[in-house]
Every structure is written in C-alpha cells, then in structure tokens.
Design a protein. Structure first.
Length: 284
C-alpha cells in the first residue's frame, strides 16, 4: 500500500491571468495546520525561525509569498498582482528575457511551472524587488522592495545552511544591503511626502506578525547599523547617531504603551546599546 507523501502546499483552483503576458496560471499556496509550522525564535531582524517537523521536515513560509507568472516571470506581493499600471505592461514584456536571464544567473535552475523550493522561493522574492520598479507610488513600492529584499536574504541564509560553499551567505549579505537601501529610501520618501506609507497595512517584515510602522523604523536603524557603509567614519558616526535617536523614540513609546510587541522592545534595547558602544568608540 502506497503511503501518501506529506504535503506542505497545494495548487489553488482560482485561475489568475498575468497582467503582462496574459497567460493563465494557478498559485501555489502553503497549507496550514497539522503541525506543519513549529514556531521557534525571532531574530533581531524580526525574522521568525521554525523548527523542522518530524512529519513535514523543514517548511519555509516565505517561499510561497510572492505571486509569479510562470511564463514571463512578472512578480509582486499577492494583493498587488493586478495593480500594475497599464502603461508598465509593455515595458515589463519587453524586459522579459533579461528578467529571466538575470534571475536564472543568480538562482540557477529555477522553474516556476514546478512546486516551489528554497531556490525558486528566493528567486520569486528577488523578482518582486525588481518588478516593483514599475509600480506607482500608491502601492508603496519602496518599502515592499525592502521587505522583499530582506526576505530574499533570509531564504539565501537557509540555502547556505543546506548548500554550504555555494556563496549563498554572500548573496544574503548583498540582499540585506539592498534592503538597507530600500528601508532608508522608504523613510525618506515618507518624510518628504513623495511616497506616503499610509497605503501599506502590513509592514511585516515576516509573515507571522505585523510590527507596524515602529517595526519599520527599528529595521531601518538596525540595517544601517549592521550593513551601512563603513568607508567614511564621519558619515557612519552621523547616521549611527540618527539610528540611535530612532531606537530611543521606540523606547519612549514603549514605556508608555502596553501594546508594543515585547520582542521588538527587547531587540531595540540590544541594538541601542550596541550603537551606543560604537559611538563611544568614535569619541575615544
């Protein structure tokens, strides 16, 4: 008697029509329940780790988050797939071959006609980062590029664990530096009014919890501290001072609010102390 292989995903019955190439396809969705996801710790980047299940093994929810057309490789976050501006469709169609070639160069062997794995999951989120260049400011693309870049980095770290020596650790750092740029840019655009963040409801950055606007500010400070440029000590001292003030603002809000997520405050305190230590070293 054949034993049914444990499943972690299923193919949705709902048909989607790609807004770029107009090819119909079906999304792969993550199944929930039955002990598939065993929550572990939360990293300082607000990334939820999961313990492997005896029945299902390692499960990576981030693999299934992006919607990708398997034909032209246009991708976005699920809810934005049909919000692509009409005028961007021809440009994305023209970009198809280069988009596929560049993604395949970074993540070899990807095939979106097959069920997702770590490599295709990372590739899907990289494509999200790339394709949001063509979305309007109403969809708040910059912070979503930051979130997608950070998620790509996390999956690259998982790939490094599975395939050490294949430079996925280097890719993870590269995508975290890209995330640092997008997070900083999103904060700047919010402050100057060119891309208000009122259009985004879930700041993530992971799938298990929405840490909101404060979580985004925390991550912008954290990513600058960990992955910001070190070429100019003077410039680094300046932006670390800004990051420290952002973290201090979160502390102030946290002391007067019981609604602040505990992990966010705990990690914010640790990063605040680390930034303070480095700033003190500049003055010695």
């Amino acid at each position: 008697m054949d034993v049914e292989e444990p499943k972690v995903s299923y193919i949705s019955k709902d048909e989607l029509i790609c807004p770029v190439c107009e090819v119909p396809f079906h999304r792969e969705e993550l199944l929930s329940g039955s002990g598939r996801l065993i929550a572990g710790t939360i990293t300082d980047e607000l990334h939820r780790l999961y313990e492997p299940s005896v029945r299902y093994g390692d499960v990576y929810p981030l693999v299934y988050q992006a919607t990708v057309c398997p034909e032209c490789w246009f991708a976005s976050m699920d809810k934005d797939f049909f919000l692509l501006p009409v005028q961007a469709r021809d440009v994305l169609m023209w970009d198809k071959e280069e988009r596929i070639a560049q993604t395949s160069l970074i993540f070899p062997g990807v095939n979106f006609h097959e069920n997702r794995g770590l490599i295709s999951g990372a590739a899907s989120l990289y494509l999200v980062t790339r394709c949001y260049d063509y979305f309007s400011k109403e969809t708040v693309p910059t912070i979503k590029q930051g979130i997608a870049s950070l998620r790509t980095a996390w999956l690259c770290e998982d790939l490094h664990v599975k395939n050490p020596g294949e430079h996925y650790d280097w890719l993870a750092v590269l995508f975290k530096k890209k995330a640092q740029f997008f997070y900083a840019e999103a904060v700047d655009r919010e402050q100057n009014g060119t891309e208000p963040l009122s259009g985004i409801k879930n700041f993530g950055p992971d799938t298990d919890k929405n840490y909101g606007y404060d979580g985004m500010l925390y991550l912008s400070a954290l990513l600058k501290f960990k992955y910001g440029s070190r070429e100019s000590p003077k410039w680094r001292k300046t932006y670390l001072g800004e990051s420290k003030r952002i973290i201090a603002r979160i502390f102030g809000l946290g002391k007067s609010s019981k609604n602040k997520p505990g992990p966010l405050l705990e990690h914010a305190r640790n990063i605040y102390n680390a930034i303070s230590k480095e700033l003190n070293e500049f003055d010695e």
